[in-house]
Design a protein around this ligand. Structure first.
Ligand code: SER
Length: 880
């Protein structure tokens, strides 16, 4: 058989079928146009509508080499010579054209004549009662009867998933020879090992399977075949497995150079190299097709693969991002025909490196946490890792669940998936309630329907706090209703409304709707659609009816507090720019009656002086009592005025401008005070970081600032009373109290030390001798470790060779301090190991150096017994 490169094989296949009437297509994207699957898993996926008869193809025959990703066997990737995630599937397709009698001879001719595989090593398998296929292989192609294998549904029935096109299939198996066999006596065609390699699957696609499992014949009989290019290459190039082919080997070698190891040197190293080369290839192709890492769907699969590769890299000892090193090699192998790799190269490199860095940072911590847990499970002879811990690893350390599972599996431990999912669900729930401020909101589609029917409703709340209006629609439990009865809750849409619907960070208004004979509370207002404010209502009395004339009244006091916080937000924004610089940009904001929160770009915490400066600027602007100018204009005009606008917010042609003359100009749809004096006081109460380059300020204005001031002054008064000092003397008094406390502590420690040393002398009397080494053990009450160390030193000075194991008990907690002198160490004593074992007996852990170590446990009960065992452990250490 002639050597052929991967590239040649791909081309031979495509042109073979092209010359037999097939239209050649370039590979379709890895991201299918099909909501039922995440990735293109087979060559037939892009042609599904043709098979199902949903679309009429322009041609009846097609041929492709299709990029595919399969992750169902990801744990096996790296372990075996033939599993991989990304691969190319060579396939010829017939849409109602030729069927079995056409497909089988094509495949045979290609493999035996074009490629030159030995026909005596090829075996067709068929679906157990597919006599038609049998006849074709036997009579038309001429394969002897005893070389045709009939197998069951598992091997010879193919479907793209639980539902969709499917049919019986026939596989071509290539016998790689006894050297590849698993050695089992029944190893034969159909065996799962490497000897009988499935190289080509011919699917006779003739059914469509529905969700209930029933199968219906397709309008036409079709052919879908698939042959892994990499597998074919491994056979033709006569190398061991896909990783030895020219499609993979250069990647392996490149990875080996980066990791500083050699392929073939150790089995762990080889596995890592296979994982890395396969996974990098998959990741690069996925990103090139537009997938980016995320926590769900395709992005999650990408992240899982990438992180698995990073972990295997780390296991070989590399601690820098290294995956990108493989990019030039991948381009050499694949950029022809896959131009998308080159076109997206910089994106691929950036994404990969960022993920590597992110995960690299937490991988080590997560791994040691997991290993400690696995250790303790083993000790307890438990077999399952807690789902909550798996979730913590996922949430805090970025471990995909499957990675935790894989690591645990290697240690013979399973992971409680249900517990993990519960923890995940709880977190989602928290996120939902955090994100969902509108309890009882209906589906957007309902609002859209109402909007279509009734038209938009006008917001009149910039100028009015109450207005005469009418009810245009009511909703109860997500459905339209004609009326809402007394005591019930629902949603109301009005012809016009003074209620501000939550937008641009400003919360929605609350208030009342009244009508003759009734009254309802409005507990929230939000935009059902952009032009449709929706009021959450609770009918207190009477019946609220569609069409009724009502009076809508906003809670004016609350609205005033909201306005004050909103205008204060504009003052804060400008003051931050003035104090910190032009780089300050708004990144988010929340305006409520009780506080404002403002997120902005800035790299470091604000100093107390900067905060004071910001507050000072705001204070002056408030006391200047500047009347606001609010007007509508177009975007161009607004830009000329130098208006601040949110970078990614979309503004219509007409924009609303809030101008504080002499101070700031900002585009904004919110409600504002008439003049800055109405804000009252503004006080920053918190400044914190919320992500790289982002800070968050929380501030109080108006009534909230006033309450804060009252609370704090009264706190100071109470403190002064308690301390028996004048308000201005509190600080001084506190200082002297702290100093007194410190002196008492020192004195206390001195006394404790005296007592501990006296006790150490007593313990020395009781020391036992093991193999010439004196072993001193003892229990102390709530004694700081530092004191125990001094007691240990004291012991060391008085006897040699000596090892001391001193336990301090506080409630149920035990801390061991173990010290061994030089001669004891020479005899084989190791303080670290001893401390660890002592703590382990009580279900705890710890350890340390050979001369000094500490460990702790939370179960003091077995302490006496544990201490009694110390000499025994020492004697084991000496014997070793
Ligand atoms: N769809 C079949 C497979 O994936 C043949 O292309 O095996």
């Amino acid at each position: 058989m002639k050597y052929r490169s991967g590239k040649e094989l791909r081309e031979l296949f495509l042109s073979f079928f092209e010359s037999r009437g097939h239209r050649r297509f370039p590979s379709f994207s890895l991201v299918p146009d099909d909501p039922t699957i995440l990735f293109t898993i087979a060559g037939m996926v892009p042609f599904k509508p043709y098979f199902l008869g949903q679309k009429k193809p322009e041609m009846s025959r097609a041929v492709t080499s299709q990029k595919c990703v399969r992750t169902n066997d990801i744990d096996n990737v790296g372990r075996t010579a033939r599993h991989h995630t990304f691969f190319e599937m060579l396939g010829n397709f017939s849409f109602g054209d030729y069927f079995k009698a056409g497909a089988a001879p094509f495949a045979w001719e290609f493999l035996t004549e074009v490629i030159g595989l030995d026909p005596d090593r090829l075996y067709p398998t068929i679906y157990k009662d597919d006599d038609e296929a049998f006849e074709i292989w036997n009579k038309t192609v001429g394969v002897p009867e005893n070389r045709i294998y009939r197998l069951g549904e598992e091997d010879n029935f193919w479907s793209v998933g639980p539902v969709g096109p499917c049919g019986p299939c026939s596989e071509l198996i290539y016998d790689q020879g006894p050297a590849f066999s698993c050695g089992r006596p029944d190893c034969d065609v159909g065996c799962d090992c490497d000897r009988y390699l499935e190289i080509w699957n011919l699917v006779f696609m003739q059914f469509n399977r529905y969700e209930d499992g029933t199968m219906e014949p397709l309008p036409k009989k079709n052919i879908d075949t698939g042959m892994g290019l990499e597998r074919l290459a491994s056979v033709v190039q006569q190398v061991e497995g896909v990783f030895g082919t020219d499609l993979f080997r250069p990647l392996i070698d490149r990875a080996a150079a980066s990791l500083g190891i050699r392929y073939g040197a150790t089995s762990e190293g080889d596995m890592a190299l296979r994982v890395i080369s396969d996974h990098f290839r998959a990741v690069a192709f996925m990103i090139a097709d537009g997938v980016l890492p995320s926590n769900e769907g395709r992005g999650y699969v990408l992240r899982r693969i990438l992180r698995r590769a990073v972990r295997y890299g780390r296991m070989t000892g590399i601690d820098r991002p290294f995956l990108s090193d493989l990019m030039p090699t991948l381009n050499e192998i694949m950029a022809d025909p896959y131009r998308e790799l080159v076109e997206n190269e910089s994106l691929i490199l950036q994404v990969v490196e960022q993920e590597e860095r992110r995960f690299g940072r937490t991988l080590e911590q997560g791994t040691s946490l997991l290993e400690a847990e696995i250790d303790s499970l083993r000790r307890k002879k438990a077999e399952t890792l807690d789902g909550g811990l798996a979730f913590e690893l996922y949430d805090t350390y970025g471990f995909p669940f499957e990675l935790t599972e894989e690591i645990c599996r290697e240690a013979g431990i399973s992971v409680d998936r249900e517990g993990f999912e519960k923890a995940m669900e709880r977190q989602r729930e928290r996120a939902r309630t955090a994100g969902k401020r509108h309890e009882g909101a209906s589906d957007k589609s309902l609002y859209e329907k109402i909007l279509e029917e009734t038209g938009s409703s006008d917001f009149v709340g910039y100028t009015e706090e109450e207005t005469e209006t009418a009810v245009v629609a009511l909703i109860s439990d997500g459905a339209r209703t004609r009326y809402l009865d007394e005591g019930t809750e629902g949603e109301a849409i009005l012809v016009k409304t003074p209620f501000y619907a939550e937008k641009g960070g400003q919360v929605g208004d609350i208030g009342k709707i009244t009508w003759e004979g009734g009254e309802a509370l409005v507990t929230d207002t939000w935009p059902g659609t952009e032009d449709l404010p929706v009021h959450r209502v609770k009918v207190l009395s009477g019946r609220l009816e569609t069409g009724a004339g009502v009076r809508a009244v906003v809670d004016g006091r609350r609205r005033r507090r909201i306005k004050a916080h909103h205008t204060a937000t504009h003052l804060l924004h400008e003051a931050l720019i003035r104090v910190l610089g032009d780089h300050v940009r708004q990144a988010g904001s929340l305006v409520t009656p009780d506080f404002l929160r403002f997120d902005f770009t800035h790299v470091k915490p604000l100093s107390p002086e900067e905060i004071e400066a910001v507050e000072g600027i705001i204070f002056e602007t408030v006391t200047d009592n500047i009347p606001l100018q609010v007007f509508f204009t177009d975007m161009n005009e607004a830009k000329k005025l130098g208006a601040k606008a949110l970078f990614d917010e979309k503004y219509g042609a007409v924009v609303r401008v809030i101008k504080i003359p002499g101070y700031s100009v900002e585009l904004c749809g919110g409600t504002h005070v008439d003049a800055t004096g109405d804000i009252g006081l503004v006080k920053i109460v918190k400044e914190e970081g919320i992500g790289s380059g982002l800070r968050r300020i929380t501030a109080f204005a108006h009534a909230a600032a006033f309450s804060l001031f009252q609370e704090q002054t009264s706190l100071v008064t109470r403190l002064a009373e308690k301390m028996g000092a004048g308000e201005t003397e509190i600080e001084e008094k506190l200082q002297s109290l702290l100093e007194e406390r410190k002196a008492l502590k020192t004195e206390n420690e001195r006394l404790a030390l005296g007592a501990a040393l006296a006790k150490a002398d007593e313990l020395l009397e009781e020391a036992v001798e093991v193999g010439g080494v004196h072993v001193v053990t003892g229990v102390f009450e709530k004694t700081p470790q530092e004191v125990l160390r001094q007691a240990g030193d004291h012991i060391r000075q008085r006897k040699s060779p000596v090892v001391s194991c001193l336990a301090s008990v506080s409630g149920n907690e035990v801390t061991f301090t173990v010290m061994a002198d030089e001669r004891a160490r020479e005899a084989g004593v190791h303080a670290g190991m001893l401390a660890r074992e002592a703590a382990r007996m009580l279900g705890g852990g710890g350890g340390g150096r050979p001369d000094i170590a500490s460990a702790g446990a939370k179960n003091a009960e077995g302490l006496e017994e544990a201490l009694r065992r110390i000499p025994e452990i020492v004697s084991e250490q000496i014997r070793r």
